[in-house]
Design a protein around this ligand. Structure first.
Ligand code: AMP
Ligand code: MG
Length: 406
């Protein structure tokens, strides 16, 4: 692995990520889980349907079912009985007859068309039709959603409410998922105090862990919180060792920039093989990656926006890869700058922006206030990243940029 001594200068984000991904293996152990507990889990098997969905032709409306050819000859049909969802009509439908049918009821034998109740009128047992339907009107065909043998969900998909419903619809009640990896979070810094406590001079409230918890919540992982650790060698040593033993991936924030990082660096050197990089990303330049004795390790910068951005651009893809989760490619949209955008060449910028569409459908984006790496409000009410490549310089209003909606 390259380290910052062998590679002075900055590493592009893509290269940092590629290096990280090329080092890790994947965790392949799986476990069965019942479908009602499967939300958010990563599927460890392809799911192929053994049945047609729906299993039989059925009505899409409350109305009357009949043979299409019959209605062409008659304006009126005689009622032969009723078909309910779950209670099929069992008799034979003779020429000139129709069956009262409810949504989801199986189409009676010899019928192929439904007219909804609102387009009919009834006098006694005689039903009159106010529309001339096409053959197959308001009928849901067997297998029109899923055909037997269709591959409906691929291994590596994260189970969403819709995918779980889809799997339920083919009658599968238990699926094989990849086991969750365990991710530990450590915040380092003498100045950090938990919210809810009084602040002394020089102290600030710890906030990065809260962002990281939230971001990890959307991923298929177990999280262990190691709290705030002082910049004190024995404490750091103790916590990093414990986290290494208990986790597959340890995340720390703070202490990886040049200057105050010495303790963290010393300890990481003792514990494993960690590389301190300057990644060409703004915000978020200092970043560390490597392996402790057992667990993988990412050292995020302490500045709140930097830690948030490096998590989304580097740590999240790493976690997905470790978890065998193939996430959808982040949406990238071309937009026009709705205000001038300041940008110095040298690093890829992930500015926090607010995008909107004008009446013609054109996307526009404006940077959301101050863009400093400590300005958490820039991200809190933004709705996208404005992704500006390394070599990009200032942009005038109206120039094209790429946005990545949150
Ligand atoms: P560091 O990377 O440790 O040099 O920290 C950079 C800046 O981020 C400093 O101003 C720290 O006070 C701040 N910082 C570090 N960790 C956190 C945290 N967990 N929550 C909020 N701010 C932090
Ligand atoms: Mg610090």
């Amino acid at each position: 692995m390259n380290n910052s001594c062998e590679m002075p200068g900055m590493i592009p984000v893509e290269q940092a990520l590629q290096t990280m991904l090329s080092h890790i293996g994947t965790y392949t152990s799986t476990e069965p889980v019942s479908l009602d507990l499967a939300l958010g889990r990563v599927l460890g098997q392809d799911i192929q349907s053994l049945v047609d969905v729906p299993p039989a032709d059925n009505s899409a409306m409350d109305g009357y079912a009949f043979a299409h050819a019959d209605l062409a000859d008659n304006q009126h049909l005689t009622l032969a009985g009723t078909a309910l969802a779950g209670v099929p009509f069992v008799g034979k439908v003779e020429p000139g007859q129709c069956v009262r049918i409810m949504t989801g009821a199986i189409m009676p034998l010899c019928t192929d068309t439904v007219v909804m109740q609102e387009n009919t009128s009834q006098q006694g047992e005689t039903i009159s039709f106010l529309e001339q339907p096409y053959q197959g009107n308001s009928v849901r065909r067997a297998g029109e959603d899923i055909r037997k043998d269709d591959l409906i969900v691929k291994a590596g998909s994260q189970l969403t409410p819709a995918l779980i419903a889809l799997i339920a619809s083919i009658g599968v009640g238990e699926v094989t998922v990849y086991k969750k990896i365990t991710v530990g979070i450590i915040a380092t810094g003498d100045e950090l105090v938990s919210p809810g406590q009084p602040l002394k001079a020089g102290q600030i409230y710890e906030s990065n862990r809260y962002a990281l918890f939230g971001l990890l919540h959307e991923l298929p992982v177990k999280v262990i919180d190691y709290g705030i650790v002082k910049d004190h060698k024995p404490d750091l040593q103790h916590v990093f060792t414990q986290a290494d033993n208990e986790c597959d991936l340890v995340l720390s924030c703070g202490g990886v920039s040049v200057g105050d990082a010495d303790y963290v660096k010393d300890i990481l050197d003792d514990l494993g093989q960690i590389n301190f990089w300057k990644v060409a990303i703004k915000p978020g330049k200092p970043f560390a990656f490597g392996q402790l004795k057992k667990a993988w390790f990412c050292g995020l910068p302490g500045n709140p926006v930097s830690s948030y951005v490096t998590f989304s651009q580097l740590v999240k893809p790493l976690i997905c890869a470790l978890s065998q989760f193939t996430p959808p490619t982040p949406l990238q949209i071309a937009a026009l700058a709705g205000a001038p955008i300041r940008k110095r060449p040298g690093r890829a910028d992930y500015q926090r922006g607010i995008y909107y569409q004008d009446d013609s459908g054109q996307f526009w984006v404006k940077p959301n206030g101050k863009q400093g790496s400590g300005i958490m409000s820039s991200i809190a009410n933004a709705n996208c990243y404005i992704v500006l490549p390394i070599e990009q310089s200032n942009l005038a209003m109206g120039e094209q940029v790429t946005i990545q909606p949150f």
